[in-house]
Design a binder for this molecule. Structure first.
Ligand code: GDP
Ligand code: MG
Length: 536
């Protein structure tokens, strides 16, 4: 195929702005798929993609298109729009010379639109703005055109206005791909190699003919896990099944980092590292759907760092700076000159009536405002530097609920900052519960400690004696809850009853005990741990 008739391009957009629908229309228009079928997101193959309406793995398709008497080969790469999968986005972009930047004509520019634009801009690609969903009653393509001019500095007349759903004006998108994207040596394809293990092939590798080495292309930054969580089988007898499911799934997604781990309460399991929260949820959902596994996933934490204070310690750890992914391994302050926490630069786009509330939310999350800009008369773009651990659990949900769903959020890695971190213990009648040790910022210790104590109180059954639940920083108690004593007399129920019934009850009570773990003199059922450790 003549090189000047090849176009490699990709579609990028904020989630739900119509990337996959546009891809379906392009496939139909070029005859790659049958128009008479009811095609919906044909490039989204995974069940989780169809259910959540998101794309997780980049997919490719080759299209043939006749334009002004010549045949062109268009290689389309569908990308996941979400930040957690931005390593997929950037690897797709580096195989392209142009992008279709799809923006919803009603919602306008959203946080991911901005993030995706900059990825494409930095890769020096031709950017074709496409305003989609012009069929919607509330569509305001002129307003979106002005936003595109203001935020991206792209002349408004370069915007193509379409309805991907109805197919309106979709041909002009293909024409623009041919006219506006440069002429480049390169092809999207695949090769079969005799590798035993997929991890042998790194994204961004340069291949060359045997004995004819070439200058390698600049590689990729390898994806860094930023969110860690414990994963355990609901039942230990499921351990081997879960193990093989995790192995299979990580073959497909090498960005998940897997360490073996075990917990006194939850048994043998793993500590897994993910690129972000959505990545974690998607992995969990794929385990359940594609491998039928049922798992306990603990509250996620972020990788903290500690700078060691003496040469002796550096020798002992073989590093100047250690990364802590497990709170139990948090080094004592006496060993450390400073602690560091990961930070991200967040972009929020919102109708301006919610700005005040959003600023309060950000402040409560220890975020520092970096910028604020009106992208049109009543929409605001805010930039904040967030400690990552402040947004990993419920930030997005809070943002959505206080803006009635209108605010969008995206973030990018912004390195590390110094942080006053402390290790918090949870005690039951004076004994430390190892599974519940947490690392928190000192300003958050009180509220986090109180919340854990309350959750534990709600899930601990009463026992024969009173139980004190405490949160402590070293020897200082910062929160306390009490579970009152309760005399549990199972046999009283069958007063004067027959012996077999008594035996049955005693047996059931003994079985119940097997699922208990003893902390000091307190018996804690596995369920209680799960309730406290699990995300929501
Ligand atoms: P993606 O997340 O960017 O891949 O978005 P999808 O292609 O999955 O589309 C998200 C939703 O918007 C789906 O419900 C589509 O049917 C709908 N949609 C996409 N394009 C249009 C359009 O042109 N008009 C209307 N009304 N809805 C659309
Ligand atoms: Mg999609």
């Amino acid at each position: 195929f003549p090189v000047e008739n090849i176009r490699n391009f990709s579609i990028i957009a904020h989630v739900d702005h119509g990337k996959s629908t546009l891809a379906d229309r392009l496939l139909e228009l070029t005859g790659a798929i049958d128009k008479t079928k009811n095609n919906k997101q044909v490039l989204d193959k995974l069940q989780v993609e169809r259910e959540r309406g998101i794309t997780v793995k980049a997919q490719t398709a080759s299209l043939f298109y006749n334009y002004e008497g010549k045949q062109y080969l268009l290689n389309l790469i569908d990308t996941p729009g979400h930040v957690d999968f931005s390593y997929e986005v950037s690897r797709s972009l580096s195989a392209c010379q142009g992008v279709l930047l799809v923006v919803d004509a009603n919602e306008g520019i959203q946080a991911q639109t901005v993030a995706n634009f900059f990825l494409a801009f930095e890769a020096q690609l031709s950017i074709i703005p496409v305003i989609n969903k012009i069929d919607l009653k509330n569509a305001d393509p002129e307003r979106v055109e002005k936003q595109i001019e203001k935020v991206f500095d792209i002349p408004g007349d370069e915007c193509i206005k379409i309805s991907a759903k109805l197919g309106t004006n979709v041909e002009s998108v293909l024409d623009a791909v041919i006219k506006r994207i440069p002429l480049y040596a390169g092809q999207v394809g695949y090769l079969i190699a005799g590798m035993k293990d997929v991890t042998e092939a790194q994204i961004g590798d340069t291949l060359y003919l045997h004995k004819q080495p070439v200058e390698p292309l600049p590689g990729f930054k390898s994806a860094k896990p930023m969110v860690f969580a414990g994963m355990y089988p609901v039942d230990q007898s499921e351990y081997n099944n879960l193990k093989s499911a995790i192995e299979k799934l990580t073959l497909n997604d090498s960005s998940v980092v897997v360490h073996r781990d075990s917990s006194l309460a939850l048994g043998a399991g793993w500590r897994l590292g993910f690129l972000g929260l959505l990545h974690m949820e998607v992995f969990n959902q794929r385990l359940e759907q594609e491998y039928n596994a049922s798992v306990i996933l603990t509250t996620p934490t972020v990788p903290y760092k500690a700078v060691l204070s003496s040469a002796k310690l550096m020798k002992e750890y073989r590093e100047k700076e250690i990364t802590i992914i497990n709170p139990a391994q948090f080094p004592d302050k006496s060993k450390v000159t400073e602690y560091l926490e990961p930070v991200v630069l967040g972009t929020i786009i919102t109708p301006d009536e919610y700005t005040g509330k959003i600023m309060m939310l950000c402040q409560a999350r220890r975020a520092v405002q970096k910028n604020m800009m009106y992208i049109d008369q009543n929409r605001v773009m805010l930039k904040y530097l967030f400690p990552l651990n402040e947004i990993v659990v419920d930030f997005y949900d809070s943002l959505k609920s206080l803006s009635s769903g209108y605010a969008s959020f995206d973030y990018e890695d912004a390195g590390y900052q110094t942080a006053e971190l402390v290790k918090m213990d949870i005690l039951l009648n004076g004994s430390i519960v190892e599974e519940l040790v947490t690392v928190v910022h000192k300003d958050k210790a009180y509220s986090v400690g109180k919340a854990i104590c309350e959750r534990l109180k709600d899930s601990l059954p009463r026992q024969l004696f009173e139980i004190a639940i405490q949160a402590a920083l070293g020897s200082k108690i910062i929160a306390r809850e009490t579970v009152k004593a309760y005399r549990k007399n199972v046999l009283a129920k069958c007063y004067g009853g027959d012996i077999t019934r008594k035996m049955k009850l005693l047996k059931r009570q003994a079985e119940g005990k097997k699922k208990l773990r003893k902390v000091g003199n307190v018996e804690v059922p596995k369920d209680a741990f799960i309730k406290v450790l699990k995300t929501q």
